[in-house]
Design a protein around this ligand. Structure first.
Ligand code: ZN
Length: 156
């Protein structure tokens, strides 16, 4: 009973730890954020993410209800191909994404990462995939303020 109080003191209010086991949770709040890691070379000069950063689909993201932005560049919850510093986390607002009716969002938790989700198109056509990439590119913003995660481990 008391252990959860000391555990939660290092966890921001409302965010559940990324490494806790979590059942599939199909409800997304309109204010919830989705996080994705993007390689440094996939931003233009103004800090916008190129649509090519969202290949292949379905697009893997983490949701803010069960993780922080930092968790997308964490070696303990992700299989990072490059060092953590080679990526920048971006955020997308759930309500902005779901304004595009051809986009679907599914929570698919894994034992290593309870916040894992997939963004996909309703239709599996070239045009629908292009709409998806463009929409995600238009609605991604670089994360500048990081909430700490107690499980965070940088890949060197
Ligand atoms: Zn984490």
């Amino acid at each position: 009973m008391s252990f959860s109080e000391s555990d939660s003191s290092s966890t921001p209010t409302g965010v559940k730890p990324c490494r806790d086991r979590q059942a599939t949770d199909s409800h997304f709040d309109s204010g919830e954020l989705l996080f994705r890691r993007v390689l440094l070379g996939q931003f233009d000069q103004d800090g916008h993410v190129y649509p090519q950063a969202f290949i292949p689909d379905p697009v893997s993201v983490n949701r803010s209800r069960y993780s922080t932005a930092l968790c997308v560049i964490c070696a303990s919850s992700c299989d990072l191909r490059k060092p953590s510093v080679d990526y920048k986390p971006v955020k997308m607002n759930v309500s902005a994404l779901l304004k595009q009716p051809t986009i679907v969002l599914k929570h698919i938790p894994s034992p290593k990462n309870s916040s894992h989700c997939e963004i996909d198109s309703v239709e599996n056509t070239r045009q629908a995939r292009k709409v998806l990439r463009t929409h995600l590119s238009d609605h991604s913003h670089i994360v500048t303020n990081f909430i700490p995660c107690e499980s965070f481990l940088a890949k060197m």
